[in-house]
Ligand binder design. Structure first.
Ligand SMILES: Nc1ncnc2c1ncn2[C@@H]1O[C@H](COP(=O)(O)OP(=O)(O)OP(=O)(O)O)[C@@H](O)[C@H]1O
Length: 363
């Protein structure tokens, strides 16, 4: 387990990158740090392998303060994957992957055999082994980066935006591969991304950060999407951000409940204009716009946006004329996402989807 105890980083110029983080990263699971640019994600990740030393607090790895461990040895025991893979350009792919085993004193033959095994594990054809990194595609280079990080079978993998430099299709393939690998290997993965779709897809737990590495919410993806902690998190999940893959899928599968005055929308009441078009959600003196989606025309993305941004937690479904026909709760939208993303699986009769099902919503 990795444990951050009041871990903070203040740069010499006074910039506070991370104000003081308390966080536990459990073994065998994938924990994703997500948040806007500059919120401190990379800084937090690098505190683990001592590429950044905290200016206050500490980071414990399985109970030992990493500051007490020699940096080189610590890093050999932690896989590290970065954007653009960071491969050695003048070494062949096989020798890139064999680097850490060689540093650990393995003979060349054994290190190369292990490297060949790993290239296969990450889905690279054997002929890529003899090539140089520049002779591979971006997606293949990222796979080599993952193979290299796994070479010494480290219990911990740090991944810093590892897939953000490749196009969306390749990226989806790499994410798929990581899910498969993780199901097989069960590493302690700490993964950084600014993409909420990637976060909910890969994470067993998602840590939404705001400025200075402050935790806005820590939850499994299902909880995050159905019960964002506050308006800031909802806005981050909602409009303009991530979950783009959902934009291609129709919202027709979202179950819409009939409008009913008796439903308590957490105290909010929906106000319609004389033609039946939604105007506002009103609660006492509070008044908020009522985000809508048209099931016949809009995407799941629009339905999710509307549900996340509605103060009542319910999106208003409208017909093609914009008249309200019913409402859909956040949970209903998220369940539609989960159902839609697992068409091949036998249908679960009832109950909320488990964490781990919903994260694959982007597929
Ligand atoms: N050497 C430095 N000196 C001063 N400020 C720094 C230094 N390195 C990073 N920072 C600042 O610390 C903050 C956190 O940086 P960090 O790279 O951890 O953010 P991030 O969330 O990973 O961002 P991004 O998503 O853009 O990569 C930023 O405001 C950044 O400008």
């Amino acid at each position: 387990m990795i444990r951050f105890e009041g871990a903070a980083k203040r740069h010499p110029d006074g910039t506070v990158a991370v104000r003081g983080l308390d966080l536990e990263v459990p073994a065998g699971r994938t924990t994703v740090l997500v948040g806007p640019s500059g919120c401190g994600k990379t800084t937090i990740l690098r505190m683990v392998n001592r590429m950044v030393e905290p200016t206050a607090g500490r980071v414990l790895l399985d109970g030992t303060d990493v500051a007490a461990l020699p940096a080189a040895g610590l890093r050999r025991g932690i896989g590290y994957v970065i954007q653009q893979a960071g491969l050695f350009p003048h070494r062949r792919v096989i020798d890139n992957v064999a680097t850490v085993p060689r540093l650990l004193g393995w003979d060349r033959r054994r290190a190369r055999a292990r490297a060949a095994e790993l290239l296969e594990l990450v889905g690279l054809p054997p002929e890529t082994a003899r090539r140089y990194p520049a002779q591979l595609s971006g997606g293949q280079q990222q796979r080599v980066g993952v193979a290299r990080a796994l070479a010494a079978d480290p219990p911990v993998l740090l991944m810093d935006e590892p897939f953000s430099a490749v196009d969306p299709l390749v990226r989806a393939g790499l994410q798929e591969e990581l899910l498969r690998l993780q199901a097989e290997l069960g590493k302690m993965v700490l993964f950084v991304t600014h993409d909420i779709e990637e976060a909910v897809r890969l994470g067993d737990r998602v840590v939404v950060l705001r400025e200075h590495g402050e935790i806005a919410q820590l939850a499994d993806p299902h909880t995050l999407l159905t019960a964002p902690a506050d308006a800031g998190v909802a806005a981050f999940l909602g409009r303009d951000r991530g979950l783009r893959g959902l934009g291609l899928r129709p919202a027709g599968s979202v179950p819409v409940a009939a409008l009913d005055d008796r439903i308590a929308y957490e105290g909010w009441q929906l106000v319609l204009d004389p033609d039946g078009r939604p105007e506002h959600w009103v609660r006492g003196a509070e008044r908020h716009p009522a985000p809508v989606f048209a099931p016949s025309r809009d995407s799941l993305r629009s339905a999710l946006d509307a549900a996340l941004l509605a103060p009542s937690g319910h999106a208003v479904a409208v017909d093609t004329e914009g008249r309200a026909v019913g409402t859909a709760s956040r949970a209903a939208v998220v369940e539609a996402l989960a159902a839609d993303s697992t068409p091949a699986a036998p249908a679960e009769p009832t109950g909320a989807p488990l964490p781990g099902q919903v994260p694959h919503a982007g597929r």
